[in-house]
Write a protein that binds this ligand. Structure first.
Ligand code: ADP
Length: 652
């Protein structure tokens, strides 16, 4: 059996594969996102580049115009208001993006064109306008134009303002003089529209920050500030005195498609994980099933191989498996000696038809056939009796027959031996009884003759011979009388039938009562007291039960202690499947040494002149009780009394 890996291993492997495939999927997805991002960003860069170019030119152009004006002022070492308005009107005619132009001398606005709508700014000192002064100051200090704004205009609205400082030519000391500055007020919607920057026309989402040319850190100039937070493509626009930062995003957002692929990826990853876990589960259950199958097969194989019964599997008669017990039973040296041979070879020729029919029945009925006795010829030349059972089995995917057999030769010969012993015993018992009967019967006749002649002798010659002769005659008479009694007892004993015929439900109480009535005279004469308990109905021949009681009660009265009349008690109690009767007395008792002796024929413990009797009573009792199927025994204490017990099987 292979080493069994821990069942959790395939799950760990599946989890690992699932994690790895998810990571791979995520990586593929990330690459795809990057690829698409790259493409979108490239497109955005192109778009933003175009926008930057347009913006730079649209915003630089108005400032360039003012350059001409500055040149004029420097050349004439200043400019009159009227002249400024004149020149400006000419210039502005071509540039509708410029809302107005102001001229400040020093830091105070003195002239504005067009004058009508912008009167409010005249006289304003930039120094008093903290919102405008920093950029103005920067232009003055850097001596370069700057683009400020968006700026809230004094005359209302917001605009971009180009601040162009004017320094007049160097004086005698060689230093340039600050004259003032020109502010070009640029209309934001127009300049943006001119650069093609209108939300609905733009192919991308655009936002611009960089108020006062501060680039990425400046305030918003155009569009939605949120665009900057959405990972846009960014690009700087270089403007006079600073820069703006453009932010561009695809209009539809980056990732509608990608989100879909993202979800698809997650879905596929989950699906893959499920599939891997499914496969792992399948592998585990397959392995578990296989392991269980091999384990149970191993268990059964071990069971069969070590079973004390011989097991032999055969297909089409050919043996392909035998266990150790079969090897031994069939007298082979090892399994190989049997494998490949035909099962019919070991079956005794007399039993081959039977064996073949049983195999057919097993295969035909698909079941099993009951145990039968057969005879096998073993490989080592013995002939054995076996109990065989055959069953249909599936082995290695094909039907086969399993024969299980046990060698019963020893049991059989023991049975035969026992049967013959029982038969011998029965016959010798019968012979003995027959002999006893014949002997006693045949002896009676000559004995009767001897007795009658001895009696005749006594009657005729008593007193006529000497005293010894009279005594001898008396002995002869007594001897023949005793012999007659014994022969009569023997005849009686040999007539006891071992048949159970005539057994009937018998009220043992009634039997005892009748026996006591028959013995009334004996009981009365001895002064015995007989006490009878509750007695059952038993299945016996009534006269035999009467005879048992007669002997036992008779003995109980007879063997009383001198001077102490007997107290006899008769009882019965149920003990499992039999009734146990007891007859107890308070007589002389019996020594343990005579436990068996007293049940033997003619065995007595006392002289005839002390206690009368022939010694046959208990022998008859034992024979009768044994015929009924019971046992008889006694318990006694010498000098105190005895109890005789006997059992009778209960009828129910
Ligand atoms: P028998 O009474 O004719 O001698 P039994 O076979 O009835 O013959 O008894 C055998 C012997 O067992 C008796 O001689 C006697 O010694 C002894 N025996 C039987 N019953 C009793 C008893 N109840 N008490 C004492 N001894 C007994």
């Amino acid at each position: 059996m292979g080493r069994r890996t821990h069942p959790v291993v395939p799950y760990v492997a599946a989890a690992l594969v699932a994690v790895l495939s998810t990571l791979a999927l995520l990586e593929v997805h990330r690459l795809e996102v990057d690829r698409r991002d790259e493409a979108v960003r490239a497109e955005l860069v192109t778009q933003l580049g175009a926008i930057r170019a347009r913006l730079e030119s649209a915003l630089t152009e108005p400032l360039l115009i003012s350059r001409g004006l500055v040149a004029n002022i420097v050349q004439h070492d200043g400019i009159a208001d009227r002249e400024f308005s004149g020149l400006t009107s000419i210039m502005l005619a071509d540039y509708p993006v410029i809302r107005n132009l102001t001229l400040a001398r020093g830091t105070v606005i003195e002239t504005v064109y067009p004058e009508a709508a912008n009167q409010a700014v005249i006289g304003v000192d930039y120094r008093d306008r903290p919102d405008q002064w920093p950029m103005v100051e920067r232009a003055i200090q850097t001596r370069r134009p700057v683009l400020a704004g968006p700026v809230k205009l004094i005359q209302g609205g917001t605009a971009l303002i180009g601040r162009v400082p004017i320094y007049l030519s160097a004086n005698a000391a060689g230093t340039q003089r600050f004259y003032g500055l020109i502010s070009v007020v640029i209309d934001i919607p127009r300049v943006f529209a001119g650069a093609g920057i209108e939300a609905e026309r733009l192919p991308i989402r655009l936002a611009i920050r960089g108020q006062d040319g501060l680039g990425g850190v400046g305030g918003m100039v155009w569009g939605d500030e949120a665009t900057f937070a959405d990972h846009p493509v960014e690009m700087d626009v270089h403007l006079p005195g600073g820069s703006w930062r453009l932010a561009g995003l695809p209009k539809a957002g980056y990732d509608t498609d990608l989100r879909l692929t993202h979800f698809l990826g997650v879905f596929i990853a989950v699906l893959l994980a499920l599939i891997w876990f499914g496969i792992a589960h399948y592998i585990v259950s397959l392995r578990t099933a296989r392991w269980r199958a091999s384990e149970s097969e191993g268990r059964y194989r071990a069971l069969v191989e070590t079973a004390p019964m011989a097991v032999c599997a055969h297909r089409d008669g050919e043996i392909f498996f035998v266990n150790e017990a079969a090897v031994q039973t069939l007298g082979a040296s090892d399994a190989d000696q049997l494998i490949g041979t035909n099962i019919a070879d070991v079956v005794h020729p007399d039993y081959r038809d039977l064996a073949r029919n049983r195999v057919d029945a097993v295969l035909g009925g698909g079941g099993r056939v009951p145990v039968v006795e057969q005879r096998f010829n073993t490989l080592d030349g013995r002939c054995i009796d076996v109990d065989v059972v055959a069953a249909w089995v599936m082995m290695d995917g094909e039907p086969a027959v399993l024969s299980v057999f046990t060698d019963i030769s020893q049991r059989r010969s023991a049975e035969i031996e026992r049967e013959s012993l029982v038969e011998n015993l029965r016959r010798s018992n019968e012979d003995l009884l027959q002999f006893a009967y014949i002997a006693s019967h045949d002896l009676q006749e000559p004995l009767r003759n001897v007795a009658s002649y001895v009696q005749l002798l006594g009657r005729r010659y008593r007193g006529k011979l000497d005293q010894d002769a009279d005594q001898f005659i008396d002995y002869a008479v007594a001897g023949t009388k005793r012999m007659q009694e014994m022969i009569s007892d023997l005849l009686d004993y040999s007539r006891l039938s071992s048949e159970s015929e005539g057994a009937q439900p018998t009220d043992s109480y009634a039997v005892v009562t009748r026996v006591l009535a028959d013995m009334a005279e004996t009981v009365r004469a001895s002064g015995a007291i007989v006490d009878v308990g509750r007695l059952p109905v038993v299945q016996v021949r009534p006269h035999e039960l009467a005879r048992i009681f007669q002997n036992l009660i008779g003995n109980a009265i007879k063997y009383a202690k001198p001077g102490r009349p007997s107290q006899v008690r008769i009882n019965a109690r149920r003990d499992e499947r039999e009734w146990m009767f007891s007859v107890s007395d308070n007589g002389i008792g019996i020594s343990e040494d005579y436990r068996d002796k007293i049940f033997a024929m003619f065995q007595r413990l006392h002289a005839r002149d002390v206690y009368e009797g022939t010694g046959i009573g208990l022998a008859i009792c034992r024979k009768l009780v044994q015929n009924i199927g019971g046992r008889i025994w006694f318990e006694s204490t010498e000098g105190e009394g005895s109890t005789f017990f006997f059992t009778i099987p209960s009828a129910d």
